[in-house]
Design a protein around this ligand. Sequence first.
Ligand code: FMN
Length: 162
Amino acid sequence: MSEADAALPDSFRQAMRRIASTVNVITICVGGEPMGITATAMSSISLDPPSLLVCINRTAAMHGRMEDVSHFRVNVLHRDQEEIARIFADRKHQALRFVDGWTVDCERPPRLIDAQASFLCRRIDHHRFGTHSIFIGQVEEVAVREGVDPLVYLNGRYAGAN
Ligand SMILES: Cc1cc2nc3c(=O)[nH]c(=O)nc-3n(C[C@H](O)[C@H](O)[C@H](O)COP(=O)(O)O)c2cc1C
């Protein structure tokens, strides 16, 4: 491996620290069990059809279950929901995950009631790549919270966008 190759993962990480992302909790419900994960790897794909993608690490508890579900939901966090981001990014807090603020009836994936925005997606396709899988969703329903003040992750920290 050349010196440049060896340095690439760190350079990539440093470059990614300079890219601001919204913070999302991706949710599913399988066999009556709600599951969720904090994820910044989310992007719109197209308006026609309305579609987006999320990238989930293959080591995440819900990764295997994503292949079993018809729908997932992207809950975009509001600036005042940093605590939720932390809870869904740490396995130690699993018991706290759907305790407060969620609609969980398991007919559909859990919805964070006060999310900045949420997208109910039909899972259309997935592709494995490296450590992650990319799940493509066609958007079937959208909800938005009034005002625009999302939680953002930048340079390894949570922040606001405004
Ligand atoms: C700010 C932030 C962004 C993250 N983004 C992603 C992501 O896009 N995809 C992913 O698979 N994991 C991501 N993670 C890591 C997961 O949230 C974390 O590993 C989580 O604990 C996995 O869920 P589990 O504990 O149920 O296995 C992120 C973590 C943080 C703190």
